[in-house]
Design a protein around this ligand. Structure first.
Ligand SMILES: C[S@@+](CC[C@H](N)C(=O)[O-])C[C@H]1O[C@@H](n2cnc3c(N)ncnc32)[C@H](O)[C@@H]1O
Length: 309
């Protein structure tokens, strides 16, 4: 895999950036929640906690998925991320996640990725894979279920995929395990780095106080200085402490599509209490990119904006 973005792709990103400066707000990312089904019931997951309230169908079919991919591509999106539920469980007849990824490539998306709990084998034709890692074995299993850590490590050991990173959601259960989790990632040669996020409520009872968040951010900044592979930019880490991020979020950077084909020009949580208390690092990085922050643009593009050759 080349660490370089092709000249054509670079030109497209530059054009997108300058157009956004003159008010042409077009999505660059297409986030598709392709299913709500999951084999786990994680403590912090608002999807598994609200299955009875979710719109049907629970998964998008292949033809609709292709149509939605095309629609957002036409609007400008060039980075495609599949989310769930658990994306590796997605199936439509003979088609599986590998076929969705190939369909995205055929349409011309530059980069395609997905997030997974890692209990199924890594899907190799994805450019980027984000594996959820919420702590060392005991803590990860407490949050995600018995045996899930071992399964994730087994599947990582079997892959040679070059662009896997870990995604940690920090909540009451794992707030004291951040250093240990980052150290585990640093030692694992299959994982390139870790993105730290705070839980977005609901559920609220396991969310962190501002004081606890400050301690995590200080620790993360210190570990970055020590050379640990924390992928959040320094500025975004500081922005994790902004208590109401709602009015600051440049949510239009990513389109959202749900399994019932409803789509959003930005985040489905916009305007809600969850939006105010959003703990996702990515939305801080989007804002910094739109503001023209050189560190966010270079660091995020090196990690998420290039294709597997
Ligand atoms: C919804 S999951 C879907 C993909 C897959 N099933 C998994 O576990 O990675 C995507 C990511 O969102 C995170 N997540 C789930 N609920 C969250 C919440 N309430 N706040 C912040 N992140 C959350 C998960 O930990 C995971 O890393």
């Amino acid at each position: 895999m080349s660490d370089l973005i092709s000249v054509g792709q670079m030109g497209y990103y530059a054009k997108w950036f300058f157009k956004s400066k003159v008010g042409m707000k077009r999505p660059l990312v297409n986030t598709m929640i392709i299913n709500f089904n999951c084999n786990l019931h994680c403590k912090h997951c608002s999807i598994s906690g609200n299955v009875d309230k979710l719109p049907n169908p629970f998964q998008i079919d292949f033809e609709n998925a292709k149509r939605e991919m095309r629609e957002q591509y036409t609007k400008g999106a060039r980075i495609l991320f599949f989310e769930g539920g658990e994306p590796t469980l997605w199936k439509d007849g003979e088609k599986d996640l590998r076929d969705l990824i190939q369909a995205g490539k055929d349409l011309g998306y530059f980069v395609i990725g997905y997030t997974t709990n890692g209990t199924n084998p890594i899907v190799e034709n994805s450019d980027v894979v984000s594996v959820s890692l919420d702590g060392p074995k005991e803590i990860h299993d407490q949050i995600r279920g018995e045996g899930t850590y071992e399964k994730l490590m087994e599947n990582l050991a079997k892959t040679t995929h070059p662009n896997i990173f870990a995604n940690m959601t920090i909540m009451r259960h794992n707030v004291d395990s951040v250093r240990e989790t980052v150290e585990l990632v640093a030692k694992n040669d299959r994982i390139r780095g870790i993105m730290l996020n705070f839980i977005t409520p609901p559920p609220s009872d396991i969310a962190l106080t501002l004081e606890e968040k400050k301690r995590v951010v200080e620790l993360a900044l210190q570990m970055k200085k020590e050379g640990f592979p924390i992928l959040n930019t320094t500025k975004a880490l500081r922005d994790m402490l902004i208590e109401d991020f709602g009015g600051l979020c440049q949510d239009w950077v990513s389109a959202f599509v749900l399994p019932d084909c409803s789509h959003y020009g930005g985040c489905p949580l916009k305007g809600t209490e969850s939006c105010k208390k959003c703990g996702f690092d990515a939305v801080r990085e989007y804002r910094l990119i739109v503001k023209g922050s050189p560190s966010a643009i270079t660091q995020m593009s090196r990690r998420f904006a290039y294709s597997k050759k």
